[in-house]
Ligand binder design. Structure first.
Ligand code: IPE
Ligand code: MG
Length: 215
């Protein structure tokens, strides 16, 4: 979900306003995804590297996350959305940790749509942590066994990864899971993303032939 800062700057608004607009785009995009027949969506909300941002921006974001759970994600729950978080939990405030657990528990029986939110998430960190836990368990590793140590082994591998705001990078997102994902790069800044942009990315995806390394 990239481009919040540029969206705000172009409007002469504080960066926090861009992040707030980003939460509206998240809700809009989940609703559009449901309408378009998507079953599962993972979004990158905050990376392990995002802690390097200025303290004022971190503070604004850490206030916004629990608010977003209350304002947007609870409402999506009433539309059948099950939400789960992937990433580290230990650096979030006690309030945010509690709200994350509550939302996961409250939506555990929802089946219409699966939403995965990567928070304090880094693909390398996930792989190292999985390796550490696999070593501690003393199991013999193959790919399915390794996967079972990831944050959410039950999360489907992405068929399509959409990067917004014109950046052409993966930025540590779902490194293991994206091995054969199709990639779409769109210029739209995240706060402007919605049904039209999602539909266009899905149309593009539908025209591709996936061979997974085969012929
Ligand atoms: C992404 O938007 C949101 C988060 C990382 C939380 P950015 O804040 O990275 O937006 P730009 O890249 O500055 O435009
Ligand atoms: Mg950015």
């Amino acid at each position: 979900m990239d481009g919040n800062g540029r969206w705000a700057r172009r409007r002469g608004l504080p960066v926090a306003a861009g992040h707030r607009a980003g939460t509206k785009a998240l809700r809009r995009t989940v609703e559009a995804a449901i309408d378009l027949g998507v079953e599962s969506l993972a979004v990158y909300a905050f990376s392990t590297e995002n802690w390097l941002r200025p303290p004022e921006e971190i503070d604004a974001l850490m206030e916004l996350f629990p608010e977003t759970i209350d304002r947007e994600l609870r409402d999506l729950a009433s539309q059948g959305v099950r939400t789960r978080f992937i990433g580290r939990r230990d650096r979030a405030s006690a309030e945010l940790q509690r709200k994350m657990i509550e939302l996961e528990e409250e939506t555990a029986e929802k089946t219409r749509f699966q939403l995965w939110i990567a928070f304090d998430y880094g693909g390398r960190g996930e792989i190292v942590e999985a390796a550490r836990r696999a070593a501690a368990a003393g199991v013999e590793l193959d790919e399915p066994t390794f996967r079972s140590f990831l944050y959410a082994p039950e999360m489907p591998d992405p068929d399509l990864v959409i990067r917004t705001s014109g950046e052409l990078r993966i930025s540590n997102f779902l490194l293991w899971q994206s091995a054969y994902a199709e990639l779409a790069f769109v210029d739209t800044l995240w706060p402007d993303f919605g049904e039209e942009q999602l539909r266009s990315a899905l149309d593009d995806y539908a025209s591709r032939r996936r061979r997974f390394g085969g012929r």
